[in-house]
Ligand binder design. Sequence first.
Ligand code: NAP
Length: 250
Amino acid sequence: MSKQKVVIVTGGGRGIGAASAKLFAQNAYAVCINYKSNAESANALVQEIKAFGGECIAVQADVSKEDDVLRLFETVDRELGLVSVLVNNAGMLKQQMRLEDMSADRINSVLINNVTSYFLCCREAVKRMSTRRGGVGGVIVNVSSGAARSGSPNEYIDYAASKGAIDTLTKGLSLEVAAEGIRVNCVRPGLIYTDMHADGGEPERIERLKSNIPMQRGGLPEEVAEAIYWLASEKSSFATGAFVDLTGGL
Ligand code: NAP
């Protein structure tokens, strides 16, 4: 069993999660890349990390499902060792539309996928990390969004609200476990170049909106990963309940 620090990155096969997984691996963490359905990208990243000598596994699990989350954490316990860092990153959005056209099924699926999943993964991480339960501490970094503050009108208020819930989760949990060796922090990216915008029906969304960004450009997944890594590292040892906005000033 490895003595390395261990990180779980949910939704780690693509986008911001993949950039984060790579950065942790480059810093000698053993990495668990969780994915939901795109095994090809997750496995390609495992190979890339192993090629530079990193320790890495990919685990399929739909983190909105309790049984899958239990299996994910048990697999990491067994194959990599005790989790030191959880990056709650897996998220999705649906076709852009106004609220008056949203079905209950759609709203529920966004909330379960983006909110219940973070709660379940936090629960399993806290059980393992908390000094109150015999653990040695750890760090949770939640990936929220600038949408929590903008509200995403005319696009996906359901998605924005799911990210508002992540901000509240970060605040509450950071205080609940602050004296138990666990720090809980959050990043709020703005418009970042990933596949996610295509899922809303507009792959070129950032091109439409980038003139509104004070820095006049979208962000890269690697620029978000750097903040996630810092919030998880000892360099931020006095930061908990902290929010880092990566929005180019938007
Ligand atoms: P992405 O490229 O679409 O990647 C999303 C990842 O999440 C994929 O790896 C996907 O797995 C995984 N995923 C989704 N639902 C899952 C589930 N139920 N169980 C396990 N994995 C699941 O998106 P991204 O832009 O990197 O997004 C990462 C995070 O950043 C999200 O929380 C998103 O809300 C947030 N964010 C993104 C932006 C942006 O502009 N891109 C801005 C603010 C916040 P598969 O690969 O298997 O499909």
